[in-house]
Design a protein around this ligand. Structure first.
Ligand SMILES: *Cc1c(COP(=O)(O)O)cnc(C)c1O
Length: 415
């Protein structure tokens, strides 16, 4: 027997350890399409109940939009279910290229290459474009997918303190002896909802002859006046060398990602990026849906405008009620609790009150930084937010945290 009792016992002990630490993650089964209200079974086997969803990346409410669904149906009918191939063998349809061109236009870049996911785009990019003569200088809070991508690349790795431009400048000076320098950042940081100082980063990159890499997964489609992303918001459209982003959040939420940027960098990915070469093409049904998403968001900014209104309104409500939230101006609004177990308990109580939100704790955020990350959507109506607030207030009161500041909350967490 290969999986001997001692193997099993060892893993069981690990799992028990995760449970004992209050860090065990459990899936909730959703019985409906993704939306502002969903039908949820939790815990497994219990009755399905309807609740307000305030933790999805469905920023523009397009995950179940009738026109997107219709376009996806049409794509399914005209181009079939799957490609059964990677892109370079027999997995590229004209639609893939059309979507790449449309993304290039939308993002204001030179060229784009689709990947099975943004995780894959980040896993493949660095190794394809940098080598041991180069250095990657990353913000300390970049998403895990960039951390993994950098691990796969032979270039030297360095970091700068989160959004600390002085520290970044020191690092750029320190690495002038390298062939290439690449500064690596998220546009909107997924756990804190703050925005990279992209104009400053671009200026430093110019001064010290470096390239800029931006993962804009939590911004593409809704940050910036016309939703192009953090580079639009910061006034540096056309000045970012590489943008990676996902189709799995605001842009319909199915799956897929891309590398978009300087022509030669994109071509290097087409030649060398391993997730592009060795993983299946994005399915035609998703490509067709994503094309429709780009039509919708290019024709009108109504959705991103509504999202912005919702985010501002929700931030105001939470603050007024006495929650400790992270400042920012994005639709990611973290309610800080610091203690992992408290975050878990509050999420469970919120669910009982008909609000679906999830506690985040180590390793998704640093130890002692646990939180409930709320996220707004253009699919939320004002009444959703008002109802959700009542639940937050009730649960906050139960746990005695309303009106407590950061220090007081952290003291409680240590006790
Ligand atoms: C969600 C996310 C990803 C992963 O995107 P997928 O397309 O789901 O793989 C990558 N980077 C960042 C910053 C993200 O937030």
């Amino acid at each position: 027997m290969a999986f001997s009792d001692s193997f099993r016992h060892s893993y069981q002990m690990d799992i028990e350890g995760i449970k004992a630490a209050g860090l065990f993650k459990q899936e909730r089964y959703i019985h409906s399409p993704q939306s502002s209200e969903i039908e949820v079974e939790f815990p497994s086997g219990s009755a399905v109940r309807r609740c307000i969803n305030i933790c999805s990346n469905n920023y523009l409410g397009l995950s179940s939009h009738p026109e997107v669904i219709a376009a996806a149906h049409a794509g399914l009918d005209s181009r079939g279910y799957g490609m059964s191939s990677v892109r370079f063998i027999c997995g590229t349809q004209d639609m893939h290229r059309e979507l790449e061109n449309r993304l290039t236009q939308f993002l204001g870049t030179e060229d784009t290459l689709l990947f099975p996911s943004c995780m894959d785009a980040n896993a493949g990019f660095f190794e394809a474009c940098l080598n041991e003569r180069d250095v990657m200088i990353a913000d300390r809070l970049v998403h895990a997918s960039m951390v993994d991508g950098m691990r796969l690349c032979k270039a030297m790795q360095d970091t700068y303190k989160h959004s600390d431009m002085g520290h970044l400048e020191e690092k750029l000076q320190e690495h002038q002896d390298k062939r290439f320098r690449m500064v690596i950042t998220d546009g909107v940081f997924s756990m804190d909802g703050d925005t990279a100082k992209l104009a400053d980063i671009v200026a430093l990159a110019e001064k010290y002859n470096a390239m800029v890499f931006l993962d804009d997964s939590h911004a593409t489609g809704f940050i910036g006046k016309t939703g192009r992303g953090t580079h639009e918001h910061c006034g540096v459209l056309g000045q970012i060398d590489v943008i990676t982003t996902t189709l799995g959040k605001a842009l319909g939420g199915a799956s897929g990602g891309c590398v978009s940027g300087r022509r030669e960098l994109v071509e290097m990915c087409r030649q060398r990026a391993r997730p592009y070469l060795f993983s299946n093409a994005v399915a035609p049904v998703i490509v067709a849906g994503a094309l429709k998403v780009l039509d919708l968001i290019s024709a009108s900014t109504d959705r991103r405008d509504k999202l912005e209104w919702n985010a501002t309104y929700w931030r105001g409500l939470l603050k007024q009620a006495g929650f400790d939230i992270k400042e920012g101006d994005t639709p990611i609004v973290p309610v800080m609790l610091y203690d992992a177990k408290l975050a878990q308990d509050m999420a469970r109580d919120l669910f009982d009150e008909g609000v679906y939100a999830v506690g985040f704790f180590f390793p998704v955020v640093p130890k002692g930084q646990a939180r409930i990350r709320t996220q707004l959507s253009a699919a939320h109506e004002k009444h959703h937010l008002d109802t959700a607030l009542e639940a937050f207030k009730k649960v906050g009161k139960k746990h005695g945290i309303l009106g407590l500041g950061r220090k007081e909350l952290m003291a409680r967490c240590a006790a």
